[in-house]
Design a protein around this ligand. Structure first.
Ligand code: AMP
Ligand code: ZN
Length: 136
């Protein structure tokens, strides 16, 4: 994809702080980190998000995420990590090339990622029905 900013990073046309690279993936520092060490893992093949990435690319990305989560926690002396992926505009995706965020977390850093709520009466059952139907 010529105009995709992450494809440009992968082709070396835009500089990046490379954390890790292999045949199928590139991991680089997010230029606007939540915390230092915030890393993005992307497949080298262009697609848009979780909905059209190939199973092979997704497996490669997930395994790199697993390995880097360990290295980032250890290297940054963090107290945990968050793994996140935004898919489509209204889920907060700014760059339409799949990428998983690995965010090192530190005791007391105060970051609150996802506000939660309770299910109302019957809502959990209705929700299950919708998702299970879509799976078949
Ligand atoms: P998302 O909202 O999940 O699409 O996240 C896109 C992320 O890419 C943001 O956190 C940006 O800070 C990051 N980003 C954008 N341009 C660059 C770049 N040239 N190098 C590194 N990270 C970038
Ligand atoms: Zn791309």
């Amino acid at each position: 994809m010529p105009d995709c900013i992450f494809c440009k990073i992968i082709r070396g046309e835009i500089p990046s702080y490379k954390v890790y690279e292999d045949e199928k993936t590139l991991a680089f520092l997010d230029i606007r980190p939540v915390n230092a060490g915030h890393t993005l893992v992307a497949p080298k093949n262009h697609s848009n998000n979780i909905f059209d990435i190939t199973p092979e690319d997704w497996m490669a990305v997930s395994e790199v995420v697993r390995k880097l989560a360990i290295a980032i926690e250890k290297g940054m002396k963090a107290d945990g990590v968050n793994i996140a992926m935004n898919n489509r505009e209204h889920a907060g995706q700014l760059v339409p090339h799949p990428h998983v965020h690995i965010i090192p977390r530190f005791k007391g850093d105060g970051l609150k990622l996802m506000p939660q709520r309770s299910y109302e009466n019957g809502e959990a059952e209705e929700t299950l029905e919708k998702i299970r139907t879509a799976l078949t």
